[in-house]
Design a protein around this ligand. Sequence first.
Ligand SMILES: *Cc1c(COP(=O)(O)O)cnc(C)c1O
Length: 400
Amino acid sequence: MRRWFPGTSVGAWNDWRWQLRNRIVSPRLLAEMLALSPEERGALFAWNATDASGVPNPTSPLPVAITPYYASLIDPDDPEDPIRRSVVPVAAERDLFPGEDPDPLAEEHDMVVPGLVHRYPDRVLFLTTYSCAVYCRYCTRSRVVGKSQPRTTASGVSPAGHGHWDAAIAYIAAHTEVRDVLLSGGDPLTLPDTTLASLLERLRAIPHVEILRIGTKVPVVLPQRITPALLETIRRFHPVWMSIHVTHPREITPEMRAATALLADAGIPMGSQTVLLRGINDDVETMTRLNQALLTCRVRPYYLYQCDPVPGSAHFRTPVSRGLAIIEGLRGHTSGYAVPHFVIDAPGGGGKIPLLPQYVRSWNDDGLVLRNYRGQTCVYPDTPGRADTADRPRRARRLR
Ligand SMILES: *Cc1c(COP(=O)(O)O)cnc(C)c1O
């Protein structure tokens, strides 16, 4: 704050609107703030993610935007800094590989009305806005987020404005099987309180909607947004759950802790969603620290995602075996609450598929042969696996 925003008061710095207004979007400012590597320079200048005046260029794949607060967590001298790598582009973003797809989860295909993805039987994903406070370089929706201009998608209209909300709300109201509405985007917490309140109010008025969920990275990149007024807005519409996108233990700052404490005290159960990223968080030690720190923030690690094959993400992707090794290194070794579900969101739109290390060694006449987290073998006296006998107790066996 003192170095790059001289004259700014602490009050302004702690005002989320100031943080949003002063987001770092210009390559020139970024070049002054950070000792850019050739790879970063190549992405920011040769390829011009924002235009010369610092306005995001709608033709670039994904704009650059970093709140001053989040930028303050970056090591200016280390291009390998995990927070820096997740938000500062590198030239490798232009490298495309087989299997990559702008819409890897086929969300456009499952859009029942613009901005509403109905894939699972009882819940919907509502893309409320395509703006975020900060743009993560590995974004699964880089095809649409951060476009300053309304953009036409395969389904016709872009959720860049809010014109699509009426149709989405009408769809949810008409589909009584929808009991869970997940507000995502973009980031719904970039919306003003009044806009968010009216959206929550309209959804809460639908009798069959049991729970509302907000998917957001705001408590991590813009914790100043968690104001008493926002909390009052949300708590009027309980039960509201929140999924917070976290990446690295260094994100767990006093500011982030204060924000999650306020959210938890407002009765909002929180889960975390983390993308497994090469060289950023793909080791047991980092993931253990992250998940244990989240529990102290009253945030339950929910999903660990295998990185989606979006174009230009190869430098972030790890082999699936890394994720399995991390789960293996967590389960049993630390609180079960600190162990998320490791999932692949199926390319082509099959939904989230859980992956577990192989704990079943075999299934034989003695029962189920398992191994525990220490590698010790255990046998559970399982009943025969046939469906028609599965719920009957096993015939008594002669004691050996
Ligand atoms: C992830 C997702 C959900 C929510 O899934 P949960 O496993 O219930 O958290 C719902 N709809 C879509 C399209 C999703 O991608």
